[in-house]
Design a protein around this ligand. Structure first.
Ligand SMILES: [Cu+2]
Length: 359
């Protein structure tokens, strides 16, 4: 949905003139989801936690407490659910080559698809396999990989993988057209072929210009190459930090993990006390130079890009620029509800907020 009536830059300025725009945003972005969830889970603590930074609304905590009753994102219409997406790793299909190596293959199709990114907020996304982010491609290291790409949309696209590969497999317009690669036009196909290296947490995205538009529309996903020496058993979660510029003014109105603003407030991420939790964290946010992840009442070990088995940091907050990613490992020693959110506060208030529910 294109809604030129508000921009979040004006709205966050908190001026009197911004008040109508603010009201408009409050109607479409489910702030009330946060208040309701806090109220339900944490009682009186919620009141303090919901103090509004921009100082325009002082009563919306109660005024909006019932605002969204019955209003939810329609996950079925979207064709994906962020709760399921957390643990949905796509290992493709495999077969043994004559050489004895394993060949692993996936099929990816790019199409246009309307998705709902907050209750009532529709967005005309461009998606791989009908979901944003696209499937989380995962494989052991050193295998031979083939990704069969079909462009089923009205625009030219590619898949540019992060990793080690020859230039003609890079998904770059202008490189490889002579052999069928480069820019893939509507209706065309191409097979990307390379080895799974190095191990770590990578990503893939379209690389057609204007790049910011092709990426922000939703053409991206995570690509995990597992190390030969397996990481310890853990409850593994994928979190792609993203956002949506719903009025196409080159700033985002909705921020999220796995696309739906406040989803993990309404459906907290359920994990077990004392169990190792491993988060594959990717930042693909467009139009903002950085993003961050902060967890309450806990600390995590951080493995930048996941390319080492030794963590570099023990912290509770990490900052990622666009395209950066890393692996977080933590255990929750106590049961209860623990918030996680962007420590860029305005992102947190526009959707990038969730809860772990430790049982
Ligand atoms: Cu594209």
């Amino acid at each position: 949905m294109s809604n030129p009536k508000f921009s979040r830059r004006k709205l966050l300025a908190g001026s009197a003139a911004a008040a109508p725009a603010l009201a408009a945003l409050h109607e479409v972005v489910p702030h009330q989801g946060l208040h309701r969830a806090l109220g339900g889970h944490q009682g009186s603590e919620a009141a303090a936690a919901t103090t509004d930074g921009h100082g325009v609304h002082t009563t919306h905590g109660t005024a909006h407490a019932t605002f969204a009753d019955g209003r939810q994102v329609d996950h079925r219409a979207n064709g994906f659910n962020p709760t399921e997406m957390l643990r949905d790793f796509d290992y493709g299909t495999t077969r043994r080559l004559a050489s004895g190596r394993t060949l692993r293959e996936w099929e990816l199709v790019a199409t246009e698809k309307e998705i709902e990114v907050a209750p009532g907020v529709k967005y005309e996304s461009w998606a791989y396999n009908g979901r944003v982010p696209g499937p989380t491609l995962r494989c052991p290291g050193a295998e031979a990989l083939r990704i069969h790409f079909a462009n089923g949309s009205a625009h030219p696209h590619t898949i540019h993988f992060h990793g080690l590969h020859p230039a003609r497999m890079d998904g770059m317009p202008g490189i490889g057209e002579g052999i069928g690669g480069g820019q893939i036009e509507p209706g065309e196909r191409f097979t990307y072929e390379f080895d799974a290296e190095p191990f770590g947490l990578h990503l893939y995205h379209c690389h057609v210009s204007p790049l910011a538009s092709h990426i922000s529309r939703g053409l991206y996903g995570a690509f995990i190459v597992d190390p030969k020496q397996a990481r310890p058993d853990a409850d593994e979660l994928l979190m792609v930090m993203n956002g949506f510029d719903t009025n196409f003014d080159r700033s985002n109105e909705v921020y999220a993990v796995n696309s739906i603003g406040f989803h993990y407030v309404n459906e907290p991420v359920r994990v077990k006390r004392d169990e190792l939790v491993r988060i594959y964290l990717v930042n693909i946010l467009e139009f903002d130079p950085l993003n961050s992840f902060h967890v309450h009442a806990n600390f995590f070990h951080y493995y930048p890009t996941g390319t080492s088995l030794e963590p570099t940091e023990f912290t509770d907050t990490v900052i990622q620029g666009q395209g950066q990613r890393g692996i977080l490992e933590l255990r929750f020693p106590y049961t209860g509800m623990y918030m996680f959110h962007a420590h860029v506060s305005e992102f947190a208030e526009l959707g990038w907020t969730g809860f772990f529910e430790v049982v």
